[in-house]
Design a protein around this ligand. Structure first.
Ligand code: H2B
Length: 112
């Protein structure tokens, strides 16, 4: 069953449940950027985040810039946001908290 496209209110509610993700101007993409302590750590996150994407069969846009990794999420099939975007965003936040909280750039406090 194809995931249903969320409306503006549902999107606002979804963003409120996440940890510091932002909406793009058109409100159909959510994004977050992490800065890691090294490129190697950023690549380790990429690999583990990729596994989460495969688990949900839902795939982000990743932009890697040295120690920074930017993730943007939307659902291609509906050209908007669905519950899958918020599910994967939450999974990434859980991954960061569980595996990378001590490997974020020193100026970035580890996720609570
Ligand atoms: N990822 C994202 N972000 N949006 C989609 O609509 C999507 C996906 N569709 N990953 C999936 C793959 C679909 O193409 C496969 C066939 O299940």
């Amino acid at each position: 069953m194809r995931a249903e496209k969320l409306n503006a209110a549902q999107i606002q509610d979804g963003v409120a449940t996440l940890d510091a993700w932002t909406l793009d101007a058109d409100h159909h993409i959510i994004e977050k950027t992490w800065t890691f302590d090294s490129f190697q750590t950023a690549m380790a996150f990429f690999a583990q985040a990729g596994a989460q994407a495969e688990r949900l069969d839902h795939h982000p846009e990743f932009v890697s810039t040295y120690t920074r990794m930017r993730v943007r999420l939307w659902t291609h099939d509906v050209n908007g946001l669905t519950h899958l975007d918020f599910e994967l965003a939450a999974a990434f936040d859980q991954l960061i908290a569980a595996e990378f909280s001590t490997r974020l750039k020193p100026s970035e406090p580890p996720c609570a």
